[in-house]
Design a protein around this ligand. Structure first.
Ligand code: GLA
Length: 388
């Protein structure tokens, strides 16, 4: 009987432990991450100023919730294996920084790696998962981005599961962001491990540039999302990487298109620019409530491509109350004129149409809709039976 009870106890605790925190990231996480703008050039003063700016710029009110410190905050381990924070860059330590960020009503995120070292050669978590998870919990971390550099022959599913279990054991609800770049198709195995997973290599601050290590501009990342829509939903999101809006490699029009399509994809919205000195144009993009509402729609359905004519694409995203978001995207280098026949898109009800960026109601779907679309831009529409 005693043996049976012990077996039962182990069985139940294994099941309980092998679960990610549920009830988190029910809509795509929104926040800010240090990497795209600052790379390793981070310190606690900058992060505190970003936290201040997140509030004063209106980003927090628009729904941005997390501040995530990416690579380069850690330098070593002590003789007991505890992670050592860079004392020059973060002299007050992470707990104090977390307290500061929390005092602003913002949540606090951190970065590490499943391998022996991070991508910038800092200590990774391999072999220290449970110890590090406990440390993060004492710092009051709310979000962990977990990278995949220096993983040697590690199995990705097993490695990410260990960290999931370590976070569960640490007993603090922490959003677990899997950053495995889509190499081993995490959309197939990561649903019960993390709350989001990267589907591509790193985004670059440009329209369509590439690097030899796989970095690319956002339209090329967009292409990699086709077909992944069925894997995404509340609590488990495809992550096409953080935003480059406001980082100067994109024009205003390209930035609007980038943001619109990330919202169509129900992508996590992690701003990657310097919030302390955003232009008004950048702020208008990042805080547009009607565009964000498409991303954060409670149904959590990832948008999908319904028309592909090369330079011209149409994306559709079903929304709450039977509404539909439609994004007309001109990838080409010339302005085009398009006439949309809604029945041909299988939209037979007579919806009201609102142009989201122009903030204008523009007719009904019983009529064809003719529009000009400037090069590299989108026309973003919300169809609704109600007046918007
Ligand atoms: C990888 C990730 C990036 C960033 C860097 C940090 O390249 O994909 O998002 O975290 O590492 O070194």
């Amino acid at each position: 009987m005693k043996k049976l009870l012990t077996f039962f106890f182990i069985f139940i605790s294994t099941i309980l432990l092998s679960q990610k925190y549920t009830g988190l990231a029910l809509t795509p996480p929104m926040g800010w991450n240090s990497w795209n703008k600052f790379a390793c050039n981070i310190n606690e003063t900058t992060i505190k100023e970003i936290a201040d700016a997140m509030v004063t710029s209106g980003m927090k009110d628009a729904g941005y919730e997390y501040i995530v410190i990416d690579d380069c905050w850690q330098i070593d381990r002590d003789s007991l294996g505890n992670i050592i924070i860079d004392p020059d860059r973060f002299p007050s330590g992470m707990k104090e920084l977390a307290d500061y960020i929390h005092s602003k009503g913002i949540k606090f995120g951190i970065y590490s790696d499943a391998g022996t070292k991070t991508c910038q050669g800092r200590p990774g978590n391999r072999g220290y998962e449970f110890q590090d998870a406990r440390t993060y919990a004492t710092w009051k971390v709310d979000y962990l981005k977990y990278d995949w550099c220096n993983h040697g022959k590690q199995n990705p599913e097993a490695s990410y599961s260990i960290m999931r279990d370590a976070l569960a054991k640490a007993g603090r609800p922490i959003v677990f962001s899997i950053c495995e770049w889509g190499t081993n198709k995490p959309w197939i195995w990561a649903k019960d491990i993390g709350h989001l997973w990267r589907t591509s290599e790193d985004i670059l601050n440009c329209w369509d540039c590439t690097t030899n290590w796989g970095g690319m501009g956002w339209p090329l990342i967009l292409d990699k999302q086709v077909g992944l829509e069925k894997y995404s939903g509340p609590g488990h999101w495809n992550d096409p990487d953080m935003l480059e809006v406001g980082n100067s490699g994109l024009t205003f029009i390209e930035s609007k298109a980038h943001f619109s399509l990330w919202c169509m994809l129900a992508a996590p919205l992690m701003a990657g620019n310097d919030l302390r000195n955003m232009t008004e144009e950048t702020r208008e993009i990042l805080t547009n409530k009607d565009v964000i509402a498409i991303d954060q729609d409670i149904l959590g359905i990832q948008g999908f491509k319904i028309i592909d004519e090369g330079d011209f694409e149409i994306w559709e995203k079903p929304l709450i109350n039977g509404d539909i978001a439609i994004c007309l995207f001109n990838r080409g280098n010339k302005t085009i004129v398009k006439e949309i026949n809604w029945e041909k898109l299988n939209i037979s009800e007579n919806f009201k149409i609102r142009n989201i960026w122009l903030k204008k109601n523009i007719g009904k779907t019983k009529n064809n809709f003719k529009t000009e679309i400037v090069a590299h831009s989108v026309v973003l529409l919300r169809l609704s039976m109600e007046e918007l």
